[in-house]
Design a protein around this ligand. Structure first.
Ligand code: NIG
Ligand code: FE
Length: 412
């Protein structure tokens, strides 16, 4: 199978050399080829260039992209897409005055989702996740990380991870699975946090790694959830079992989670709505990707990650959705890049870099995903006719996507 996309108004994120991360000032640089073609064979980007040089290239299928923009599919490095039901009632309760914390303190929040998930069959959980995954792929996502964390028992965590494994087998997108072992303290372990960490270390992590169900290990490092000592114990056990850290830190409070992440050489540290100068320093001497989740800030009404401070300090930044039932019931990366420009003062170039190449880095797949580069996977978005790539981030709330190609095939 081969596809030739012709008359592309702007071919965005074209990289002659296989760049795998962009940092600081370089994030403002988004290479664009105007009036271009893109040639795909099987699942691979084989060639691209100016329309002046297209003669002689023949393909089984030709797509005329006159007036349209082509860019790499989004790389969403942080989601909780596998969950059961929804938490719309808590959303209404928040509108009526309760805080996210109030809801968690009365036994709602993550515990609410865990109870629903424990009572949902693996088949039903899979069906609900399939619907969400189909939706986000049609919105342009071509690679996605998915976490467990709503199980809170060994059995239910395994159920979630098996669903993620099935999605990985059944869908053409790249799926990276994460064991979010310590997400909240289950009711059965009230006042027995050490015992719950023991369970994670002695049973959950070994069971998950035995079945090879996860690549990453995650912890919700936050006041009222898991402290630095708990996080350290989980990360030690995870890394000893071959899992790489990728953690939730600094969502509501900054108390050293970033430095702990970089000490463990985490692939990414995510959220970062609250940042101290020490956090920036820790990131500077690391290879860890900071990840911002503006959909969560929008939905909960909490501060946005200080993108300018991070980027202006020479750091890289990735953008992801955080798709989950409690803090971000949306997996729409188009909204995320728009919100990053509107609310975090990222330029469209920075936001697109953050949602493609740097998102791929935060899943350790940027050698094969996240840019238009010869030899890379053919995961691309073709927009409807729009004035420019910046228009994608500017005209928010509208679906500008016409076609999504995943692994060299149009995703219907
Ligand atoms: O990333 N912060 C921790 N976990 C999720 C939300 C969990 C929930 O409310 O269900 C997040 O925002
Ligand atoms: Fe999250």
């Amino acid at each position: 199978m081969s596809i030739l996309i012709t008359n592309i108004k702007e071919l965005v994120q074209v990289r002659e050399h296989n760049v795998t991360i962009v940092k600081g000032k370089d994030m403002k640089d988004l290479p664009v080829l105007k009036n271009a073609y893109l040639y795909i064979e099987h699942d691979t980007i084989v060639e691209y260039g100016s329309m002046n040089d297209v003669d002689g290239i023949e393909a089984e299928e030709t797509i005329d992209a006159t007036g349209k923009i082509v860019l790499p599919a989004w790389c969403d490095s942080h989601t909780h897409l596998v969950y059961a039901g929804n938490r719309v009632q808590e959303f209404v309760d928040r509108i009526n005055g309760l805080s996210y914390e109030d809801i968690a303190n009365r036994g709602g929040g993550i515990l609410n989702s865990a109870e629903t998930l424990q009572n949902t069959s693996e088949e039903e959980l899979y069906k609900q996740a399939v619907e969400r995954l189909n939706t986000v792929i049609r919105l342009g996502t071509g690679a996605i990380e998915i976490k467990s964390g709503y199980g809170l028992t060994v059995e239910a965590e395994l159920k979630m991870l098996r669903v993620i494994k099935r999605l990985k087998q059944d869908f053409p997108v790249k799926v990276k699975p994460t064991l979010l072992a310590a997400h909240a303290l289950p009711k059965a372990y009230k006042n027995k946090k050490t015992e719950f960490i023991d369970l994670i270390v002695n049973e959950m992590i070994p069971a998950v790694t035995k079945e090879r169900l996860a690549t990453y290990i995650d912890v919700f490092c936050e006041k009222g959830y898991f402290d630095l000592e708990d996080t350290r114990r989980v990360l030690e056990a995870g890394t000893q079992n071959g899992l790489k850290p990728k953690i939730h830190v600094n969502q509501f409070n900054a108390f050293g989670g970033v430095a702990l992440g970089t000490e463990f050489n985490a692939i990414s540290v995510d959220h970062l709505e609250e940042m101290n100068p020490e956090d920036i320093e820790a990131l500077k001497s690391s290879e860890t990707m900071p990840v911002a989740l503006p959909g969560c800030s929008y939905f909960l009404g909490i501060p946005y990650t200080p993108a300018r401070t991070l980027i202006d300090a020479g750091l890289p930044l990735a953008l992801a959705t955080d798709y989950n039932p409690g803090s971000t019931p949306s997996g729409n990366m188009n909204f995320v890049v728009s919100a990053a420009c509107i609310k975090m003062k990222m330029t469209p170039e920075e936001a697109i870099n953050a949602a493609t190449i740097n998102g791929a880095y935060a899943m350790n797949i940027s050698n094969m995903y996240g840019s238009i580069c010869r030899g890379k996977k053919a995961n691309v978005i073709i927009t409807k006719p729009i004035p420019s790539y910046a228009y994608l981030t500017y005209a928010f709330g509208e679906n500008h996507i016409d076609t999504v190609i995943i692994n060299g095939r149009t995703f219907e």
